[in-house]
Design a protein around this ligand. Structure first.
Ligand code: NI
Length: 389
């Protein structure tokens, strides 16, 4: 691995920072200690610090020693999850019920490592903005930063993101142009029937029987309506009804998640869901109330920025360690909101094979890859914002 030597020197510091952040996880929009930690480090490096976007967001701004008006942004996420950590190591979460189970502690640390190196060397022309965002999980902190004027306050030509990926070997990266992560939509279907005595079903309209058929019917959206070569997921994750043994309830609440890579497929899922729920309910005299909520758009990488990232990674880890063959993920990621405004690319850094997957209570970010990710960020800045020869 061609880790930048100076960044390798920081490895003990990076590990200590990562453990500190891991031990003090904070969830959406509550990343006060983490934001303070980040802002303090950036100021120590001599990076200009801006705070307050989306509440706990931090943006560091650094100019290179070459002349140029160009600017790019690198983004890391800072938030943790509501998970009870099951690890036994010294840096285990000290905040009961909260855990860095998605590696955002590592993402924050790698970007800090790059900022430290770039502030020392400034071997680039133009400006780099280091974006540390809150609330990637569930709450769309990236969207809030964009809405509060992220790119008006910090104009850039492109934006770059990185997430660790368990199962992908440490020392490898995954890069792809086009869709990388799916949209994340939520839906709720309330089926209203007519409550009755469990022994006298003919006197009621049983919403459980109706809702069960809706769950089955929803399976045909992906298998029968979407083009076979399109990717989509419709998953019912909640089926709530009834309180006791001998009562047919009045109502069933279904909830779930839908994923796709293109807005046309989101439209298809939404319209078919409505039609299936309405028609099945009509057949039995029940009614359906369908709510379809578009949460995160898909992450779609632009071709030019993806190729630049790949060329940088080829230089950092060698071409054979830059995987161009991995399938995109149906998981969601709020970096999508930044990519809706600016071209850019979102890559995966291998967190190691045989490691727990993201959001598992035994997950941990792999400290070995901290200098590798920081080296990618640093070389990316030096490449995209290269000084004139
Ligand atoms: Ni994550």
């Amino acid at each position: 691995m061609a880790i930048i030597n100076r960044i390798a020197d920081f490895h003990p510091d990076l590990t200590a920072w990562r453990h500190d952040i891991h031990a003090h996880p904070e969830t959406a929009f509550d990343e006060h200690r983490t934001a303070e930690f980040v802002a303090k480090r950036l100021a120590e490096f001599g990076v200009e610090v801006h705070r307050g976007l989306a509440g706990t967001g931090v943006v560091g701004t650094l100019k290179g020693n070459g002349s140029g008006a160009r600017a790019i942004a690198l983004r890391a996420d800072m938030d943790a999850l509501h998970i009870h950590e099951k690890n036994g190591f010294d840096h285990i979460s000290q905040n009961q019920g909260k855990m860095h189970a998605c590696g955002h502690d590592g993402h924050t640390t790698m970007l800090l490592g790059a900022a430290r190196y770039l502030a020392e060397t400034r071997n680039f022309a133009g400006t780099v903005h280091f974006i540390f965002q809150p609330a990637e999980e569930n709450e769309g902190g990236g969207r809030v930063m964009v809405e509060e004027g992220l790119f008006e306050k910090f104009p850039v030509e492109s934006v770059f993101g990185m997430h660790n990926w368990p199962g992908l070997a440490a020392g490898q990266f995954a890069v792809r142009s086009g869709p990388m992560m799916a949209c994340s939509d939520s839906f709720e279907i309330i089926v209203t029937g007519k409550g009755a005595h469990g022994a006298m079903p003919h006197l009621g309209i049983d919403p459980i029987v109706v809702a069960a058929q809706i769950v089955t019917g929803l399976q045909t959206i992906v298998s029968r309506n979407a083009h076979p070569l399109e990717s989509a997921v419709v998953t019912v994750t909640q089926f709530h009804a009834g309180d006791t043994w001998n009562v047919i309830p009045q109502e069933v609440v279904l909830r779930g998640t839908a994923r796709a890579f293109r807005p046309e497929i989101q439209d298809l899922i939404e319209s078919r869901m409505q039609a299936i729920a309405d028609s099945i309910c009509a057949a039995y005299g029940a009614t359906a109330n369908v709510r379809y909520m578009r949460r995160y758009p898909p992450v779609v990488n632009s071709e030019a920025e993806t190729e630049v990232a790949a060329s940088v990674l080829n230089a950092v880890v060698g071409e054979k360690n830059v995987r161009r063959d991995l399938l995109p993920s149906m998981g969601g990621e709020d970096f999508a909101f930044l990519l809706q405004k600016k071209p850019g690319t979102y890559i995966w850094i291998g967190n190691g094979e045989n490691r727990e997957f993201l959001h598992h209570p035994n997950y941990d970010f792999n400290d070995d890859i901290l200098p590798l990710g920081a080296s990618y960020w640093a070389r990316l800045v030096e490449t995209v914002l290269a000084k004139a020869a």
